[in-house]
Design a protein around this ligand. Structure first.
Ligand SMILES: *Cc1c(COP(=O)(O)O)cnc(C)c1O
Length: 821
């Protein structure tokens, strides 16, 4: 994002800001997140107000070296040599600066919007056009009100094509993005139901999207999709495509699957043309047709378009975090490489605390739009501004610029093969390794060598969804109410440090585990948030102290034990939490015991009561609301007495996930967020797209067999097909957590888009599915649950249990793979 230089006085004028310039600086980088700062000396920090008020982070950004700020109010920040530009709306100022920057360049710009496929179409057009254009585009899917200005800011004098996507979720947003992107060519991708809830109706949503194209010279779109919007198309010229209507400029009239490719024939300018797409799934085919239409609309010949489309490569915007050899963690981003995505990946590396050592394996970067020496100087600066302990550079360019780099341990190789030959000597061990390479370097070979071989059943965890679920609940509580995230039982089966790192980086206030060992694991993985242990064992108090864990005290016996332990070791004021039993009848002091408890706490200098809490037995169920109210009353009575005795305030907390939504009056000082974080909440309707399950359980087909009607299948000869058919044996059994109760047709799995039933008993490591009539092969993916096709709630219903049990049952032998975009 370093490509531009503006004097700060000039910036002040452009955004029409108040405030004093106390010192002149040159600006070339824009920041909105104080945790992600590099090149601070030339940075400009925008204090945006979102869920957190950006002004709270000004001091942090200053400490990181930033001296220039755009703020809404000030200048009570007493920071020497810093400039504060004061505006009404820092986001609008950032957008205005980006729009000004855009207006200085007269490159061709393609603007893309739609509900689905924007990022894929953008990345594919980049792949298709990079041979003859110097292209600037959004990093990843930076397509929001904040992402678009940051993307456009990267335009530099060498670019002759910009490809920018714009995403909106409600009305009056596209106007602003249009003014920044100013596209001359528009591309509309698939319009689906995403974000429907932000609009009055479909028509309103469509009209808002079309705003992006209002000054376009040319618009490329699906003919069928805009049939009712002809009058609303402002573009001077159009290029339409269709798979149904022969009036379209590009009319696809024949589609054939050939192995894993897709062969299209179409009518174009009164002749027949063809195209081979190296993908066969529906979404990819549609996105590829959009790219095909765009290339033709831009004047490429059908032959050239076909030649390039045939070589399209899959786009992955996700980083994968997985377990590696020798106790390493591997972050796999081996599909693309440019400065911006390198920065994003390095930030993710920086969030990881599980190993001391952080390693980057990087290939040469292509098509950056920068001169080589400038590019690698920037790469070297970026790496030195992030904490990287070991650097492996692969490629001739990196070798040539070796002298730019000064990482404590560094190695350079001319190509991937040379590096793989030296793999043993590189001695990867107990480190977090980021693998980032341009496609042609085939870094997937490195990733295969370093990542532990995955058993073919994996639980995929989407860390972005975890974050958006967290934010969903934060939006349901008052500012100032703290969040304790429940990470007991391996974060409900979703992982230990991977989940905790994410929560720590995004500033939850507390973590909670059930047992001391779980707390120890978090500390060993570098987690330094306060951790409460709900069920501490007296035999392991040493570890409580050593690892600074905070025990929940629920009985007189435990209080005695802990106070005795503290007394023997001269410990005073140790933070502990008091658990009150207001009706759950599991653990905790009952109301009639509070008086005695208070007597014991009076003058007790060994512990300090950090919080008082209780647990609701049926917060989700309206038929028990009377009982919940009783629990609330008992809780209030208890904590009032305790606070009076102590003479100081404690943190009070009662609500679990369902309580957060259903009992807003009982949030007190903190809420304990459990299953909702993982995307399940009976108090939230499944249609609320703000809440999504974070985990998908996937396996694969080991064998396909033809079975005669009446033949029996599995142990006890329990299964049978009614007539001749086919079964698939898949690699998941009850030892993986797919319980026997799912056998004999009770459970279903998704194969090739179809839900098929189990047949026969589930065995320890395998089970059988009835796939009669389906075209399935060995190795095909099988989805046990995910957010789209069959949710955890549905599995729970099939065997009469609750989602909690389905999640925590997934056994530890099932590999977890984490995704982050
Ligand atoms: C597990 C647990 C929670 C979280 O409950 P959810 O329903 O998963 O939100 C909260 N409080 C206590 C004491 C717990 O044990």
């Amino acid at each position: 994002m370093h490509s531009n230089q503006y004097a700060i006085t000039e910036v002040k004028q452009i955004i029409n800001a108040g405030g004093q310039i106390v010192k002149e600086y040159t600006i070339n980088t824009l920041f909105t997140d104080s945790r992600r700062i590099n090149n601070p000396a030339e940075g400009l920090f925008f204090a945006l107000s979102g869920r957190r008020n950006g002004h709270e982070f000004v001091a942090e950004a200053y400490a990181a070296g930033v001296r220039n700020f755009v703020v809404e109010y000030g200048p009570e920040f007493n920071l020497p040599e810093a400039n504060f530009l004061i505006v009404d709306d820092p986001l609008a100022a950032m957008q205005a600066l980006a729009a000004y920057h855009r207006s200085r360049f007269d490159l061709q710009v393609i603007g893309i919007t739609g509900s689905n496929g924007k990022t894929i179409v953008k990345e594919w057009l980049y792949q298709l056009l990079a041979a003859d254009k110097n292209i600037v585009r959004n990093p990843k899917s930076y397509n929001s009100q904040i992402g678009v200005p940051l993307s456009v800011w990267q335009i530099n004098g060498r670019n002759d094509l910009g490809i920018f996507e714009a995403g909106i979720s409600t009305i009056n947003e596209m106007d602003k993005l249009e003014a920044i992107i100013k596209p001359q060519v528009g591309v509309l991708t698939h319009i689906g139901t995403a974000h429907d809830e932000g609009f009055k109706d479909r028509r309103e949503k469509m009209l808002e999207k079309l705003q992006l194209f209002r000054h376009c010279e040319k618009l490329i779109y699906n003919y069928d999709q805009l049939l009712n919007f002809q009058a609303d198309i402002k573009a001077r010229e159009t290029f339409t495509w269709s798979r149904k209507m022969n009036q379209a400029d590009l009319y696809v009239f024949s589609e054939t699957v050939i192995a894993k490719s897709y062969y299209l024939r179409a009518q174009y300018q009164k002749r027949e043309i063809e195209c081979l797409i190296p993908f066969a799934d529906e979404a990819s085919v549609e996105n590829a047709i959009i790219c095909w239409a765009t290339m033709l609309a831009l004047g490429y010949s059908p032959v050239e378009a076909d030649k390039r489309i045939e070589r399209l490569a899959p786009v992955s915007m996700r980083l994968e975090l997985k377990t590696g050899v020798n106790n390493c963690s591997v972050i796999d981003d081996s599909y693309n490489s440019d400065l911006q995505s390198l920065e994003i990946a390095l930030n993710f590396l920086g969030q990881q605390n599980q190993h001391q050592k952080k390693t980057l394996i990087l290939s040469d970067i292509y098509q950056s739009g920068l001169q080589q020496d400038e590019l690698y100087r920037q790469v070297a600066n970026l790496i030195s501004s992030k904490k990287v302990d070991k650097f492996v550079g692969v490629g001739e360019a990196l070798m040539a610029y070796e002298h730019f780099f000064n990482v404590a341990e560094q190695h350079f190789f001319k190509d991937t093969a040379a590096m793989l030959q030296q793999l043993r000597q590189l001695n990867f061990k107990e480190e977090t390794i980021l693998i980032k390479g341009s496609r042609s370097f085939e870094f997937e070979r490195i990733s295969r060598a370093l990542a532990q071989k995955a058993h073919e059943t994996i639980l995929e965890i989407n860390l972005n969804t975890l974050l958006s679920n967290l934010n969903f609940y934060k939006s349901k509580i008052e500012p100032g109410v703290k969040v304790m995230a429940m990470v007991k039982a391996f974060s409900y089966g979703s992982g230990t440090f991977e989940v905790a790192n994410m929560l720590q980086y995004n500033k939850v206030d507390y973590l909670a585990v059930a047992y001391i060992d779980e707390g120890v694991s978090l500390r060993q993985a570098g987690i330094n948030l306060p951790v409460i242990v709900l069920n501490p064992e007296a035999s392991a108090f040493d570890k409580v102290i050593e690892y600074k864990l905070e025990p929940a005290i629920y009985s007189f016996g435990l209080l005695d034990d802990f106070v005795g332990y503290a007394l023997d070791r001269n410990i005073s004021n140790y933070p502990v939490h008091l658990k009150i039993d207001t009706g759950m009848h599991r653990l905790g002091f009952e109301n009639h015991e509070i008086e005695t408890l208070c007597d014991m706490l009076e003058q007790n200098r060994y512990v300090r009561i950090q919080s008082v809490f209780s647990h609701l037995a049926a917060s989700e169920a309206s038929k028990h609301d009377g009982f919940t109210q009783t629990q609330i009353k008992r809780f209030e009575k208890a904590f009032k007495e305790i606070e009076k005795t102590l003479g100081y305030k404690v943190i009070k907390h009662l609500c679990n996930t369902a309580g957060i939504i259903r009992w807003p009056s009982a949030h007190y000082d903190m809420v304990r967020l459990g299953i909702g974080l993982y995307g399940v909440d009976s108090a939230v309707s499944i249609k609320e797209t703000d809440l999504q399950p974070i985990a998908s359980l996937k396996t694969s087909i080991a064998q396909v067999k033809k079975i005669k009607g009446g033949d029996t299948i599995s142990y006890g000869r329990s299964g049978k097909l009614k007539k001749d058919g086919k079964i698939a044996t898949v690699r998941i059994g009850y030892a993986d957590g797919y319980l026997r109760a799912f056998g004999n047709g009770i459970g279903k799995m998704l194969v090739k888009g179809t839900l098929v039933p189990t047949v026969g008993n589930i065995t320890m490591d395998m089970c059988m599915l009835d796939v009669s009539g389906l075209d399935v092969r060995e190795g095909d993916e099988v989805i046990v649950f995910d957010e789209q096709h069959q949710r955890i709630e549905e599995l729970a219903r099939q065997i009469g249990t609750i989602p909690y049990e389905i999640l925590t049952n997934v056994s530890q032998r099932v590999k977890r793979v984490y995704f982050y975009e």
